[in-house]
Design a protein around this ligand. Structure first.
Ligand SMILES: [Zn+2]
Ligand SMILES: [Zn+2]
Length: 185
């Protein structure tokens, strides 16, 4: 098998051409990749240009340097992080304040640990926490002790007792219903 010298030189020429084209394509794609990557990580046009130039001039070693120096998070990731931080702060601000000392208290606290102000009361029947102004338990429907419903029934009972006393003290009164009010008229 003999090699034609012109064929060999042509082959070398073609291979060199392909190699050169490949290197050029690689170089251009590295520059494009760097440019895209830095634009997702930095808004400053100067930083974007410098990073692209670094890879354009130094090529593969430039990419290595760029990978070491580039911002660790993309702008999108940075944005997500700020959102998370804001959500955390918001959750903190949403905690209710103690009416006594204005410190943050938790929803399920009965008493402020700082100034001992009563924050919640418990249902007598189911032991769940209730707001102080509530006069009926929203979970089991039990009226809270000493609240309006109890007060009104006790007033009724007291009135009934009065009427009974009136009837006893005035037995001649034939009218069975509400003698007290008749007397007032
Ligand atoms: Zn307090
Ligand atoms: Zn209850």
């Amino acid at each position: 098998m003999t090699f034609d010298p012109t064929f060999v030189s042509n082959l070398i020429l073609v291979l060199t051409g392909f190699g050169g084209a490949f290197l050029a394509a690689l170089w251009i794609s590295l520059v494009i990749w760097t440019n895209r990557d830095i634009r997702t990580r930095a808004r400053d046009p100067l930083v974007q240009t410098l990073a692209t130039l670094l890879v354009a001039v130094l090529n593969l070693p430039g990419v290595l340097v760029y990978l070491i120096l580039r911002p660790p998070r993309t702008l999108e990731e940075e944005y997500q992080r700020t959102l998370e931080e804001e959500a955390l702060l918001q959750a903190l601000e949403d905690l209710p304040l103690c009416p006594g000392c204005e410190r943050r208290v938790k929803d399920d606290w009965q008493v402020c640990p700082n100034c001992h102000t009563k924050l919640k009361k418990t249902c007598e029947n189911c032991d769940r926490l209730m707001e102080l102004p509530w006069n009926i338990c929203p979970y089991c429907g039990t009226p809270a002790a000493g609240m309006r419903r109890d007060v009104s029934t006790s007033v009724d009972e007291a009135l009934r007792g009065l009427k009974l006393n009136d009837q006893r003290s005035t037995p001649q009164s034939s009218s069975a219903d509400e003698p007290g009010e008749v007397k007032i008229e």
